[in-house]
Write a protein that binds this ligand. Sequence first.
Ligand code: ADP
Length: 606
Amino acid sequence: MHKNPKERKAKRSVTREALLFMLKLAWQKKPSLFVLFILSIFVGFGYEIISVIMPKFVIDEAAAVIGGGGAEHIKTAALYICVFVGLNLFFSILSSIIRTRSNVTKEWFDEYIDVQIGDHAMAMDFENTENPEALDTLQKAKEGMDWYSGGVCGILDAFMFIIQQIVLLCGVSVVILLTCPLLLPVQIISLIIISIFNAKSNEIRKESFLKLAKSNRVFGYVLYELADFRLGKDIRLYESADMMCGKAEHFSDMQSAEWISVDGKTCKNSWVMDIVNSVRDSISYFYIGFLALTKAITIGDFSMCIGGSSKFYWSLHRIITGVQDISKRCDYAHKYIEFMEYPAAMVKGEKNVKSGEHVIEFVNVGFRYPRSENYVLKNINIKIASGEHLSIVGLNGAGKTTFIKLLCRLYDVTEGEILIDGVNIKEYDQEEYRRLFAVVFQDFQLFAFSMRENIALCCEADDDRINEVLKQSGLYGDVQKLEHGLDTTLFKSFDEKGTELSGGQEQKTAISRALYKNAPIVILDEPTAALDPVAEYDIYRQFNTLVGGKTAIYISHRLSSCKFCDKIAVFAEDTIKEYGTHDELADIRGGIYSEMFAAQAQYYVS
Ligand code: ADP
C-alpha cells in the first residue's frame, strides 16, 4: 500500500490532469458556474465567520447587563442579535439560490458526460467492443464520472470547497491568534494524525473501486438482460430466470463481501480518529477554561475561542480531507479521460474513396480474432469485379461472416491485404470507406424507434424512397396495414401501441434499410433465414433487380440462391476451397459444392 516516489508523482499528475480537465470543460461549457463558485465562497465564509464572531459581542453585552451595566447594553445586544439573524438569513437565502442553480448545471453535465461516453463507445473500433480491457475501461469511466466522483460538478464543488475553507481558516486563525494562540498547535497536530488515517481509508476504498469494476459490469449486464422484454421468450421457455438471478446474486454477494471487507479495514482507522478527536477536545476545553477562569479573556472571548477553535479544526480538517477527497474523485474521474483517449485498435487512413465502379481484392489474407490463437481464415485470394454478384457458401463456422467483417473493416487482417480499386483499405478514411457498404448481418438490430427511422437511420428520411424499398423487399403491404404506417414504433419498450414484427418482417425491414442506404456494395448475410418459402423465392427472384448493377455479396445456406449469382466461393477448412460459376462447380465430381447442391436439391425436387 505504501507508494514509492514515482507512484506518488504519477498520482499527483493524475489528480492535476483530471482537475484541470474538469476546470477547462466547465469553463468552456458553463462559464457561469464560476460566478456561482465565487458567490458560494463568499457565502460560506460569511456564514461561518459571523457564527464565530457575533456571539462574542452579544454575550459581552449580556454579561455587561448582568454585571449591572446600563440600558444601552440591552439596546446594543438587541441590535447585534438583529444583525446576526439578518446576516444568517441573507446567507441562507443566497446559499439556497446557489444550490438550486448549481443542481441544474450538475444535471446538465451528467447528461453531457453520458452522451460523450455513449458517442465515444460507438466511435471506438469494433474490435474494442470484444476487448475485456476496453469494456472495463468503459465501465470505470461511467462509474468514475458518476457517484464515485460526483462528475464534473462534484469535483469542482470539492475544489471550490477547499478554497472556501482556506479563506475561512485564515479568518479564524486571526481570531484565535488574538485570543488563545496555544490552541493552534494542538489543533494542527491532531489534524495531521487524523489525516494520515483518513488517507489510509481512502486508499482502501479506491482499491476496492478498481477491483469491483468487472463484477459491477457483469452484474449490470445480467440485470439489463433480465429487464429486456425482447428476451422474455427465451428466458421463460428455457427457464433461465433462476440461473440469471443466481448469477446476479453471485455478483451482488461478491460486491457485498468486498464492501464488508472495506468496512472492516477502514473502521480501525475511524476508531483512531475518534480517540484523537476526544483528546484534542479535552485539551482545548481545559486551556480555554483556564484562560477564562484566570480572567485572561472575557466570557464573550471564551465563547468565541470555543467556536473559533472548532471552526479552525474543522476548516483545516476539511482542507486536508478535501485534498484527499479531490484526489480520490480525480482518480475516479481520470478513468473517463483514459476512456476518451483509449487507443484505437486500427490504423486510420485519410484517402478518399473514388466514386464510380469498385474492384475488391483479397490478397493472401489470413485472420485470427484478437486474443485468439487459431486462424479462422488463411490464404484467401479472391477478386470481385464491379457489379459482380458473388455467392458465398460453406458450413457453419467456415468463416463466411468473418470474411464480410474483414471486408467492412470491422477487424483488420492479420496477414495479407484487402484492396479496393488497388488501394489497401487501411489507407481509406474509415467513415467514407464504410459508406461503400450496405450490409444485412444475420444478427442485425432493429431499434425501438419508428419504422421510418429504422429504415432511414442516419440518412435523411424520404417517404417516397422508403415506400419504394419497402415494395422491393415485399414489406410495403404489411406497413400499410399498421395503424400509423411509417410512424409506427417498433416494439413496445416505449410505446404501448408499438408493433412486434415477425422474424420475416424484421428481416425484410433490415433488407429495406440496406436498400435505402443505396451503397455501391450490397452484402446480405443469410437474408432469407427467417422468411417463408414464398417470400424467400420472391427475394431470390428479385435479387438482381433489388441490387441492380451494384456489386453484391450473398451468404446463404440455400444453394438454389447461388444460381442467381455470377460466381460462387465455397469456404471450407479456413479458406476458399472452390470458386467458379454454378455450372462449373456443379460439374466437379466429388466437389464440396456439387455434393452440397445434390444433397439440397433432393429436398427441393421432392
Ligand atoms: P460462418 O459465418 O461461416 O458461420 P464465422 O465467420 O461466423 O462463420 O465464424 C468463423 C469462426 O470464427 C468460428 O469458429 C467462430 O467461432 C469464430 N469466431 C467468430 N466470431 C468470433 C469472435 N468475435 N471472436 C473469436 N472467434 C470468433
